[in-house]
Design a protein around this ligand. Structure first.
Ligand code: DOR
Ligand code: ZN
Length: 429
């Protein structure tokens, strides 16, 4: 056998770092062996000191905007951010302006993403306006995203979406409406009271009850409390294809950040107490959540700095800092190395993509990371148009040096080496 490329060095394989040679041929991992047994190759790369290789990361919850919100982010800047963060597959949410909730809009997004993306991508569709389009939508979308405003249609939606991946944003709209009506002119610090964790718990209960015995692939995204994670776990134990994810901001930050950072730290669901964030981090440690997602939700800095509570849009970017933060947490002993699976192999499995692990047959997506050198997170350097983060000033000890996407060098030292449109669409499963 002869391969196109062999990369030798310390590699994250099956949950451990081992000395290995990863051979890539025709864009796909052909073999994973000890360096001595590596096949000959047209090109050979030997990692330098302090460098390790990881599979390309998979972020199953991002908002890359474009359409009428290209000023916040577009598929080029969003996927450059992904590449810089070692992410080779993103799954993009449908809450665009205009919303992606029909076959025509989905095709339009496919066209835009296909012509601009630097990394591979999957697309969610919103609650479909015309149920008659569902079978065609399923050929393109990796799943459907259900927002609180769709809950009233849930019983019929879940009937229609049996066997599709259905991602739920769990926040009960009635609870939020009631809490909002109690405060006449809220300040940013009231955000957590207006969208309390009770809203999340009620939403999880309501959706699980409606789901009943339907054969679904339900996925609860960005869970923020131990209680809701436990509900999902116990439902999973009773059978049924249920999974969930959590973000690093809900695991590593608390509502204290809102006091310091104001609107920069406004996000839905809100940052919670330290007790809640510790529960989320501990669920990541033990693998009780199936995935880590960034919920990369870019807005302009000036929008985030507005005075009026209602005028500050929720969310912040995350794609380019997630992997370095996870690795820093590993290096400092707060989470085990295996947590990497939650941002690679496991979300790839949920999406049904042949990515996310250094295993023969998977796409040749390899990230070369340099460990050790300290850097400070500085959002003015972001590729994203959203030049802010609640993690500003955090010290990170890992830097993405190179990214190979399907065997092609796609990023070196922060610069893209592939053209716009190199990213490929990964269809639904
Ligand atoms: O904080 C958030 N921002 N939560 C969401 O659910 C939506 C997202 C956005 O699109 O900005
Ligand atoms: Zn989101």
């Amino acid at each position: 056998m002869r391969a196109d490329l062999v990369i030798e060095g310390r590699a994250y394989v099956d949950g451990r770092l081992i000395e290995a040679a990863i051979a890539i041929d025709d864009g796909v991992i052909a073999s994973v062996s000890s360096p001595a047994l590596a096949p000959s190759a047209d090109e050979r790369l030997v990692l330098g000191p302090g460098q390790i290789m990881l599979p390309g990361m998979v972020d199953m919850h991002v908002h890359l905007r474009d359409f009428n919100q290209a000023y916040k982010e577009d598929w080029y800047t969003g996927t450059l951010a992904a590449l810089r963060g070692g992410v080779t597959l993103v799954a993009d949410m449908p809450n665009n302006d205009p919303p992606v909730n029909s076959l025509a809009r989905l095709r339009e997004k496919l066209e835009i993403a296909g012509s601009r993306a630097l990394v591979d991508f999957a697309l969610y569709c919103g609650a479909p306006m015309d149920p008659g389009e569902i079978s065609e939508i399923r050929k393109i979308a990796c799943g459907f995203k259900i927002y609180p405003e769709d809950y009233s249609r849930l019983p019929s939606l879940l009937d229609q979406l049996e066997e599709s991946l259905v991602v739920i944003h769990p926040e009960d709209p009635e609870t939020i409406m009631l809490e909002r009506s109690r405060i006449i002119s809220p300040r940013i610090e009231d955000h957590g009271r207006i969208r309390p964790k009770l809203a999340e718990i009620r939403a999880v209960d309501r959706v699980l009850e409606i789901a009943g015995s339907r054969r679904l692939r339900l996925h609860f995204t960005h869970l923020t409390t131990g209680d809701s994670i436990l509900r999902v776990i116990s439902s999973k134990l009773r059978g049924g294809g249920i999974s969930c994810d959590a973000t690093l901001h809900h695991a590593l930050l608390s509502s204290d950040a809102v006091k310091v950072l104001g609107g920069i730290a406004k996000v839905n669901p809100p940052l919670r107490s330290r007790e809640d964030s510790e529960a989320v981090l501990s669920a990541m440690r033990s693998g009780l959540v199936d995935a880590i997602t960034s919920d990369h939700a870019p807005h302009l800095l000036e929008e985030k700095l507005r005075d009026d509570y209602d005028e500050v849009p929720p969310g912040f970017p995350g794609l380019e800092i997630y992997l370095p933060i996870i690795l820093t947490e590993v290096l400092e002993g707060r989470v085990p190395l295996r947590v990497l699976d939650l941002y690679s192999r496991k979300p790839a499995e949920i999406l049904g993509a042949r990515k996310g692990s250094l295993t023969p047959g998977m796409d040749g997506d390899v990230v070369v990371v340099e460990l050790g050198r300290k850097r400070v997170i500085s959002p003015s350097d972001f590729a994203s148009k959203a030049k802010y983060t609640p993690f500003e000033g955090w010290k990170i000890k890992a830097e993405v040096r190179m990214v190979f996407l399907r065997g092609t060098l796609a990023l070196r030292d922060g610069e893209s080496c592939v053209r716009m449109g190199f990213g490929r669409h990964v269809a639904g499963s």
